[in-house]
Design a binder for this molecule. Structure first.
Ligand code: ADP
Length: 455
């Protein structure tokens, strides 16, 4: 029940109540048994016959019978007889062809032509005249049939009514809850694309759901503004930090060229230079990411031989790899042409390969693969290093996330920004990236980019 949507729950709720009402109604109908129906027919017949005397009077030596007596009310036929049992006036049903003797105040039933009849006679003296008898005849079969039809109609009609209510109700609830569905889609969109510019589409209306939608949009606008401010702030700060770090670096370089420098002083300056270089790299990465966030980072797509580019980056990384006795093995399909930003592609490979070296094992390997099936280009970097535990795997794409400080302690330039940059680059090229890793065994990063005939 908990997993059901609100509209299904609401539909089930009123369908349940409609079914309950129908069951009660059918129960009442069935409990009104045939005998009750017949009893009421008998009562009506007796009443009609007694009332029939209103139509009969003795006036100026003549027996006058009002023609209203000919009208058939509630299927009851009335007829008037004299004291010899001779029919004077009235109506007898067409298919009632029995010769029934008059018996005062007696209710009898007969069957004629397959139809059951009730016959009731009442004899009374008409003022100034002699005795007359009024006879009432009613078809019981008719009443029984009517009741049977009512039961059948209810048995078929009520469930149909419940079904119809359920369908109409479901459609109505769906319409009423449409803005909620839109809100869910908008939130999903925002979560999937990390795009706060999305809004819920709301029609005109004043109800609670519309008001909620409006408030939701208002909240999104405010959130977007806050995030935008924060992005601008980060971008401005990193921009401002670039100049002082460059100044520190150039001063360090100038000082290190001095011959008069003591050995001790040189070491100190070298430490400052190293830290300043790391800082400059960090600042440039933050600036790049914040520009990417604000969509201010240009992506210059051009057709290049991505196989050559990958070969080149892998070769460049060999020097650093050799420091850890790591061999870089390449399996690169030749002549893969892709529409990419060259600088960003180099950064992507460098980040992935340098990570594989940094977190690889002494004497281990790093495999760099590139291949295509025409539709998409697949790149892979595999190492047999320390790997990443499942607990951390989901977080490695977050900014400034480092699995643990101890394992990155040796990496001077470790910032936790390399993989977020990689992810952004792949996304900016319309691709996808994923990672599989086993702690202690190694890691494989795989990315797919659209092939040149796709882009
Ligand atoms: P960093 O600058 O710290 O390398 P990244 O964003 O590139 O930042 O990586 C985030 C974290 O993911 C790293 O701190 C590291 O612990 C882990 N990591 C990345 N690549 C690998 C890899 N090939 N093997 C094991 N761990 C890795």
């Amino acid at each position: 029940m908990k997993k059901l949507s609100v509209k299904v729950k609401l539909t089930l709720l009123y369908t349940f109540f409609m079914t309950l009402i129908s069951v009660v109604a059918l129960g009442i109908l069935f409990s009104i048994s045939n005998t009750q129906i017949l009893a009421s027919v008998q009562r009506q017949l007796e009443e009609s016959v007694e009332k029939g005397f209103r139509y009969v009077e003795w006036d100026d030596g003549e027996l006058e019978i009002d023609s209203d007596i000919m009208e058939v009310e509630n299927n009851i036929y009335l007829s008037v007889y004299d004291k010899n049992g001779q029919l004077i006036y009235g109506r007898i049903p067409y298919d009632f062809n029995l010769d029934v003797e008059i018996q005062n105040q007696q209710l009898r039933n007969f069957t004629s032509n397959g139809t059951k009849w009730y016959v009731f006679d009442s004899t009374s003296e008409v003022f100034g005249y002699e005795e007359v008898t009024i006879r009432g005849i009613v078809s019981v079969t008719n009443e029984e049939n009517n009741f049977a039809v009512l039961i059948k109609t209810s048995v078929v009609g009520l469930p149909l009514l419940v079904l119809l209510t359920a369908i109409i109700g479901y459609r109505f609830t769906s319409r009423a809850l449409k803005p909620v569905d839109n809100m869910i889609k908008a939130v999903q969109d925002i979560c999937e694309n990390e795009d706060l510019s999305k809004r819920v589409s709301i029609d005109f209306g004043q109800d609670e759901i519309h008001r909620l939608g409006l408030l939701f949009n208002q909240m999104l606008t405010q959130l977007e503004e806050v995030f935008e401010r924060e992005k601008r702030f980060t971008s401005d700060v990193s921009h401002e930090l670039r100049t002082p770090t460059t100044v520190i670096l150039s001063h360090c370089e100038a000082l290190l060229e001095e011959d008069t420098l003591q050995e001790e002083e040189r070491k100190e300056i070298e430490v400052i230079e190293k830290k300043a270089r790391n800082m400059a790299q960090l600042v440039s990465q933050i600036l790049m990411l914040s520009r990417a966030d604000r969509e201010c980072l240009p992506v210059n797509l051009e057709e290049i031989d991505i196989s050559e580019l990958t070969e080149m980056v892998a070769e460049e990384q060999e020097e650093i790899a050799s420091l850890k006795n790591i061999s870089i093995q390449t399996e690169i399909e030749k002549n893969i042409i892709a529409c990419v930003d060259e600088t960003l592609m180099i950064r992507l490979w460098v980040n992935l390969i340098s990570n594989a070296i940094s977190y690889g094992r002494e004497g281990g390997y790093v495999k760099v693969r590139l291949f295509t099936d025409g539709k998409q280009i697949t790149g892979q970097v595999e190492d047999n290093g320390i790997g990443i535990s499942n607990e951390h795997l989901a977080h490695i794409w977050e900014r400034f996330y480092r699995v643990d400080q101890a394992r990155t302690a040796g990496q001077e330039s470790s910032s936790g920004l390399g993989l977020p940059m990689v992810k952004w680059i792949v996304k900016a090229h319309g691709g996808t990236i994923f990672v599989s890793s086993e702690e202690g065994k190694g890691t494989i990063f795989t990315f797919h980019l659209p092939g040149s005939n796709e882009s």
